[in-house]
Ligand binder design. Structure first.
Ligand SMILES: [Zn+2]
Length: 375
């Protein structure tokens, strides 16, 4: 990460040489350059990730995380090409989840590194399906039906921060919760759900806009005529998260999903846990002990489901490009403008946008190299 007043490069979308000047944490000027740029890198809207459960050996699902731990996780994400992320908290006892959120919010307020890169909050749970296979790595014993009291407790902590909440709309109380969440500026995404077509439609009308890591959080064996994948795809209305590691969603399904879902409605997420950005070994996700091998697959001993990924953001877009057979630059919107615009983040190559962008270049080995620029 560099903190500098200006950068030069090729505009990642127009292909023209430009210079960007930063001032007081914002993009102040974008100036076309007359001659060819002196650097070969592309300047792109920042790569962001809306679902990060932990990184660089730090598990966000713990009480009493230190500032050093959160700054280490943030800077390791930055090292791996992720300019900004939503810290994600998964299902645990409700009061504990709130106190973890409150604690992380306080850490963020005391750190320029965190306030620059920790862009918002993603609460994945506790309002999820308890059905086996749909609950995934979440503890079904801690799940709850959503109420307005829950919503107000979240809002009291997150205040005006960007906030995403994943829930299963078949839980009683969901529709009122979704309507009120929308009014408070909290985005609702559906996930870990086995909702019927009718319930999904009601959730859409109530104001839910997203679908979290489609293709995951469902049983390995599904009814071929009627399953959550088909129900979620049929209306083509959701801003859909996909994990582009080739493991959570097979390459063939990944390609099919790109044909079924309008391109402007797909965003990629790593759903990373503590092992991402760290060597293979044993890591925690809340109170679950997980093993991560050299293949980066996160294994929950004795269970069939995956529990987060060990995918680095820079690897995600390269794997997506290999699976889809296209250049990574064509997919950049799925890690930048699409999630950013959905969440209402002030990011991008525009005057007044937050001073955060990504420099991308291809090394002699053909690998994508990303550098986060923040000012
Ligand atoms: Zn999940």
């Amino acid at each position: 990460m560099h903190s500098i007043p200006t950068i030069q490069g090729t505009h990642g979308i127009t292909g023209k040489p430009i210079e960007i000047r930063f001032e007081q944490g914002k993009i102040e000027q974008i100036k076309p350059l007359a001659g060819p740029s002196t650097v070969s890198s592309s300047i792109l809207p920042p790569l962001i990730d809306l679902q990060v459960n932990g990184y660089g050996g730090v598990d966000f699902q713990q009480d009493g995380l230190t500032l050093e731990q959160m700054e280490h996780a943030s800077l390791t994400l930055v090292r791996d090409g992720c300019a900004g992320y939503f810290a994600t908290l998964i299902t645990c006892p409700w009061e504990q989840m709130l106190s973890r959120l409150q604690h992380l919010k306080q850490l963020r307020q005391s750190s320029s590194i965190l306030s620059r890169h920790l862009l918002g909050w993603h609460l994945e749970g506790p309002f999820l399906s308890e059905e086996p296979g749909f609950s995934g790595a979440h503890d079904a014993c801690c799940m709850l039906d959503p109420t307005i009291e829950h919503l107000l407790a979240i809002k009291a902590i997150t205040q005006d921060d960007p906030c995403l909440l994943t829930l299963a709309p078949e839980r009683p109380g969901s529709m009122t919760f979704i309507q009120e969440a929308q009014k408070l500026g909290i985005k609702v995404s559906l996930g870990h759900t086995n909702a019927s077509n009718t319930t999904l439609n009601e959730a859409h009308i109530a104001g839910a806009t997203g679908f979290t890591h489609l293709g995951n959080a469902c049983p390995q064996a599904l009814d071929r005529h009627d399953n959550i994948l088909v129900r979620a795809l049929d209306p083509a209305c959701w801003i859909t998260g996909l994990i582009p590691d080739g493991i959570h969603v097979s390459p063939a399904l990944f390609r099919l999903l790109h044909r079924c879902i309008p391109s402007g409605q797909i965003y990629y997420t790593t759903d990373a846990m503590a092992a991402a950005g760290s060597p293979p070994g044993r890591y925690s996700l809340g109170n679950i002990e997980l093993e991560v091998g050299a293949d980066q697959i996160v294994r929950h001993p004795g269970r069939s489901h995956f529990a987060g990924s060990a995918l680095k953001p820079v690897e995600g877009i390269q794997r997506a490009s290999r699976m889809l057979g296209c250049h990574w630059s064509q997919l950049w919107k799925h890690v930048s403008t699409i999630p950013s615009e959905w969440m209402g983040l002030n990011l991008g190559l525009a005057i007044g946008a937050k001073a955060l962008c990504t420099l991308a270049s291809e090394g002699s080995d053909g690998n994508l190299k990303l550098e986060v620029i923040a000012a």
